[in-house]
Design a protein around this ligand. Structure first.
Ligand SMILES: [Zn+2]
Length: 249
C-alpha cells in the first residue's frame, strides 16, 4: 500500500511539472498566433497568417520542434509557410532554421544576426548543451535572406525593428501594426532571464528607443515565461534592470 501511494504521488508530481514537452499554437488576434514550445527552456514564438502566406517569427529550438510547429500551422491554414524570421542568433530562436529551409521557406534575418551565427553559434550550442544534455549538437544554419537594417514582410503587416543591443547584441522586436501587437523576443519578458549575452548598459536605452517610437501596440508577446502582456511590460522590465544594476553595485 505504501509503495502504491508513493507511485501515486510520483505520478501526480509528474503530471504537474513533468508534462511531456510539446509545441502548441493558439490564435491571439487577427493574423497573429502564439506558438508555445516547451522543449528545453520553454520559449514563445509567433506565427503570422497573412492573406496569401505564413510568416514564422522565431525558428524554435531545433529542426524537430520546427517540424512540430509546421504541423500545428497546417491545422489552422493551408497557406504556404513562406519565411521564418530569425530574431536573434541564440539557439531558441535560430535552432529550427534548417527544417524551415527544407520545406522551401526563406530564412530571414538582419546582417548582424548572420555574423553572430557565424562567430558564436557553436559556443551558444555548447552552453545550451551544458544545461540541457538532450539538446542536439546542431550545426549553424545561416539565413539566406539578409537585410542590412529594419525590414517589412507581408506587405508591411510584419515589421522587424532593431533599436540596439539588449539580451543579445542583435535581437529585434517584431511589430504587427494591424493587430497592434509587439513580439518582445527574448528582450521583453516577466523575468530578467539569462543575461550572459546581454549588454546591461545599452539594454535600457534600447527599450527607451522602442518606447519613443510610440508604435501604439496594445499587447506584448514575451519570448519566455507567460506569453501575453500589456504594454506596461516594458516599464516593468526597465524597473527589473534598474534593480539588478543596484544589486550588482
Ligand atoms: Zn531566449
Amino acid at each position: 500500500m505504501k509503495r502504491f501511494l508513493a507511485a501515486l504521488l510520483a505520478a501526480a508530481a509528474c503530471g504537474a511539472a513533468g508534462a511531456p514537452p510539446a509545441v502548441t499554437l493558439t490564435h491571439f488576434r487577427g493574423g497573429v498566433y502564439i506558438a508555445v514550445d516547451t522543449f528545453y527552456a520553454a520559449e514563445n514564438s509567433v506565427v503570422y497568417v497573412g492573406p496569401e502566406s505564413v510568416t514564422v517569427v522565431g525558428a524554435t529550438w531545433t529542426p524537430e520542434t520546427a517540424r512540430l510547429l509546421a504541423a500545428e500551422i497546417r491545422k489552422v491554414t493551408a497557406k504556404p509557410i513562406r519565411e521564418v524570421v530569425v530574431p536573434d542568433y541564440h539557439p531558441d530562436r535560430a535552432g529550427g532554421s534548417a527544417y524551415f529551409r527544407s520545406i522551401g521557406a526563406k530564412v530571414v534575418s538582419r546582417r548582424q544576426t548572420v555574423e553572430l551565427l557565424k562567430q558564436r553559434w557553436d559556443q551558444a550550442v555548447r552552453e545550451v548543451r551544458a544545461g540541457q544534455a538532450s539538446y542536439p549538437a546542431l550545426a549553424a544554419a545561416l539565413p539566406d535572406t539578409v537585410h542590412e537594417g529594419d525590414y517589412e514582410l507581408q506587405g508591411g503587416r510584419v515589421r522587424a525593428l532593431y533599436t540596439g543591443p539588449a539580451h543579445t547584441p542583435d535581437g529585434i522586436f517584431v511589430y504587427f501594426p494591424e493587430e497592434r501587437v509587439l513580439y518582445g523576443n527574448c528582450i521583453l519578458k516577466e523575468q530578467l532571464g539569462n543575461l550572459d549575452s546581454a549588454d546591461l548598459v545599452e539594454y535600457p536605452r534600447t527599450l527607451l528607443k522602442l518606447k519613443a517610437m510610440k508604435l501604439g501596440y496594445t499587447a506584448i508577446i514575451a519570448g519566455h515565461f507567460s506569453p501575453v502582456h500589456g504594454p506596461e511590460l516594458l516599464d516593468r522590465f526597465l524597473e527589473m534592470l534598474a534593480a539588478h544594476g543596484r544589486g550588482a553595485r
